[in-house]
Write a protein that binds this ligand. Structure first.
Ligand SMILES: Cc1cc2nc3c(=O)[nH]c(=O)nc-3n(C[C@H](O)[C@H](O)[C@H](O)COP(=O)(O)OP(=O)(O)OC[C@H]3O[C@@H](n4cnc5c(N)ncnc54)[C@H](O)[C@@H]3O)c2cc1C
Length: 321
């Protein structure tokens, strides 16, 4: 055995003894609603607590988690902690299977055993929004979130600006507001003098929350009711008319054929792979709106997609598990 092989074997033995080889990046947490605060007509902050929230981790302001809601038969989610949670979920009869939806960790206070999730209040059309409408302190859910004991990067976040980035552009709707608020807060904590623009579309004027931003941020809200806009029209206006875009040109166009994504079947998800630190855009929200922005910037203007992240967070008129 070579020295390298011996070292590798020793590491494997150590991982087995400490259980790290079995640790997975995300794990199941039992949580209960501790507090519910209305932030605006369309937004509520839920503080969840649970015995092992101290073991939860978040690596970026757009860290995504899965929430498991009560099953169609009304039973609260009770997946076993042992084994593969996803396999256990799939094995359940549809009437007992908890519906699963994706959310963002808005804040995590591990020592206080508290994790915040900001929910959009959009009526009772989906299992998540129906639960959110009626939830009371003490109500239980299960959450699939990064495990702090996992020794490597668990992934599950897309906010990865290049080091020393000079210009940041954020565009999103109410579902992306928790992530954008967190991103702006993180930038405010360590301001680096970069140019920051954020455009956020929300249902009502009263949903325009006070946000902590780095100095000089250009923050622009679109309230759909006041401006009489449809879903995505504020984001489109930001992308087409208001945002300061880098001046890449014709040269890029021929290099960038646009693949089609069937937004009725999947959420569009295309991530930046920055090659320099000039510009970085993070765009998330309703899928058709995201695709329209992508098509305009990449297909018509020829912007370099390596600096652009596009993420569909939901699809108007469709439930996407
Ligand atoms: C990475 C990621 C992070 C996300 N973070 C958050 C978050 O922090 N907070 C948050 O509230 N959402 C967040 N979302 C969006 C959330 O997952 C969806 O809105 C989800 O569809 C809600 O599930 P539901 O059971 O309420 O509705 P579904 O059963 O999925 O859909 C039922 C109906 O409701 C409509 N609908 C779904 N969402 C909305 C909406 N926001 N406004 C109006 N109509 C809607 C659908 O079009 C459909 O007609 C995130 C999504 C992703 C992918």
């Amino acid at each position: 055995m070579t020295l390298a092989e011996t070292l590798a074997q020793n590491l494997r033995n150590l991982a087995q003894r400490t259980g790290l080889s079995r640790a997975s990046s995300y794990r199941l947490f039992d949580v209960a609603l501790k507090q519910r605060t209305v932030l605006g007509p369309s937004l509520a902050r839920f503080v969840f607590t649970g015995p092992d929230v101290a073991r939860m981790n978040t690596l970026a302001p757009d860290q995504r988690i899965k929430l498991l809601f009560p099953a169609p038969d009304g039973s609260p989610p009770r997946l076993p902690h042992e084994g593969d949670w996803h396999k256990s979920l799939r094995a359940l009869e549809p009437s007992h299977r908890p519906p699963m939806r994706t959310y963002t960790i808005r804040a995590l206070r591990g020592e206080a055993l508290e994790v915040d999730v900001d929910f959009v209040l959009h009526g009772e059309s989906g299992p998540a929004s129906a639960w959110v409408t009626h939830a009371r302190p003490g109500d239980r859910l299960q959450m699939v979130a990064p495990d702090a004991r996992y020794p490597a990067d668990p992934g599950g976040y897309e906010w990865r600006p290049p080091r020393g980035v000079r210009q940041i552009l954020l565009i999103g709707d109410e579902t992306a507001l928790p992530a954008i608020a967190g991103i702006l807060e993180a930038l405010a904590e360590r301001p680096c003098g970069q140019r920051v623009e954020a455009f956020i579309e929300v249902p009502h004027e009263e949903d325009c929350l006070p946000l902590r931003t780095p100095p000089g941020t250009r923050l622009h809200w679109f309230a759909r009711d006041t401006l009489e806009l449809g879903h995505g029209e504020g984001m489109a206006r930001a992308a087409r008319e208001l945002a300061t875009l880098p001046s890449w040109g014709e040269r890029e166009k021929s290099l960038q054929p646009l693949e089609n994504v069937d937004i009725e079947k999947q959420l569009p998800w295309e991530l930046a792979k920055p090659t320099d630190n000039a510009f970085y855009a993070w765009v998330a929200g309703e899928s058709a709106a995201i695709m329209a922005i992508r098509s305009h910037w990449v297909g018509e203007l020829g912007l370099d997609r390596r600096a652009l992240s596009f993420m569909g967070y939901w699809r108007l008129g469709r439930a996407l598990e």
